[in-house]
Design a protein around this ligand. Structure first.
Ligand code: F6P
Length: 357
């Protein structure tokens, strides 16, 4: 093991730089060179990299949000978009770069999209890959936590703290839209931590009659305001998701669930309601200590796996221990919120309405 490549890809989050730092420190300590590729696999394609050294990855990497290497969530090398606007397969060029740079392994810090691409590259070419999970959505299978999730939950509960006071002053309902893609992990955890009255997630079908009845009950009590947390991916009455068209990338993306629910709440209850979209605030800023620690553990473990030549694996956390599983196990099934799990039970136990009967 002489040379490791490291890259971040997919949506960014807090804690990526702490993982880059851990990989670098561990590898360099073992006499292994580390190349950090800019903008994920595109950096490997263009041989655009930085030599990472212990001096470079100072303590500031623990504190810094985003990724010093940059990240990309539309860089699928099997369908690379050229300047001419056509999609081509550039994976052979990527494999050629891997060989020319004499890499022994790529450590990919990514989510399910990045891991699917890495898995396909690994199958098609003679390339070694190890994954480190990151995603604020926490929707990757086989790991209890992915880097970035905990900080994002913190951001959500901090924002709800602020919204509670303005909702109370104005005796209003505030509907808070949180990210999470097709899973409600961020909503359920952030909503519980922030003291929400209602939490709507894609995994639990809701009825507006139930939501309206609960809000009326809240307003009949001493407490004449309410916080409703909604996942971006909740369904409308006709069963579709609330989406807008991303014109630049020509693809739909989630947005509008808070406005949709706020409007229905006003119609059903006559109570003044405002939507708030937390958006990319959930992906920014300094990682909390949980994510710094997690990123450090996973980074060190990933290098150790590389040294043992255990390739094609993702480093995960399971029941408070660090383990590893084959990449395909993390991408074959999507990790939804377990409707019989602890967080749902906790929410119900706290009297939080989940919109179901
Ligand atoms: O996967 C992370 C995530 O932040 C999702 O929660 C969200 O749906 C999506 O990325 C937003 O992507 P973009 O930054 O491309 O708008």
């Amino acid at each position: 093991m002489k040379k490791i490549g490291v890259m971040t890809s997919g949506g960014d989050c807090s804690g990526l730089n702490a993982a880059i730092r851990a990989v670098t420190l561990r590898a360099c300590d073992l006499g292994i060179q580390v190349l950090g590729f800019r903008q994920g696999s595109i950096g490997l394609l263009n041989r655009d990299y930085v030599n990472l050294t212990p001096k470079k990855v100072s303590y500031e990497y623990l504190m810094k949000g985003g990724s010093v290497l940059g990240s990309i969530n539309k860089g699928n090398p099997f369908q690379y978009l050229t300047d001419e606007g056509i999609h081509i397969d550039v994976t052979a060029e990527i494999a050629a770069s891997y060989k020319a740079l004499e890499l022994d392994v790529i450590i990919s810090i990514g989510g399910d999209g990045s891991f699917s691409i890495m898995h396909s590259l690994m199958k098609k070419f003679d390339m070694n890959v190890i994954g480190i999970p990151k995603t604020i959505d926490n929707d990757l299978s086989c790991t209890d936590y992915a880097i970035g999730y905990s900080t994002s939950v913190q951001v959500i509960s901090d924002c709800i703290d602020k919204l509670q006071t303005t909702a109370e002053s104005h005796q209003r309902i505030i509907v808070v839209q949180v990210m999470g893609r097709d899973a409600g992990h961020l909503a359920i955890a952030g909503g519980i931590a922030g003291g929400a009255d209602i939490i709507l997630i894609p995994e639990v079908p809701y009825s507006m009659n139930v939501v309206a009845a609960h809000l009326k009950k809240v307003f009949r009590s001493q407490k004449k305001f309410a916080i409703v947390v909604v996942s971006e991916a909740i369904k409308t009455v006709d069963g579709s998701s609330v989406m807008v068209m991303d014109e630049v990338n020509n693809r739909p993306r989630y947005d509008g669930s808070a406005a949709y629910i706020a409007n229905l709440i006003e119609r059903h209850t006559g109570l003044e309601t405002r939507p708030v979209v937390l958006g990319h605030l959930q992906r920014g800023g300094s990682p909390n200590s949980f994510d710094r620690l997690l990123a450090s553990q996973l980074g060190v473990y990933a290098v150790d796996l590389a040294v043992q030549e255990k390739f094609g694996q993702v480093v995960v956390t399971q029941n408070n221990a660090i383990a590893h599983v084959p990449i395909e196990h993390t991408i074959n099934t999507y990790n939804h919120v377990n409707v019989h799990g602890n967080l749902i039970h906790t929410a119900r136990g706290l009297g939080i309405c989940l919109g179901d009967a």
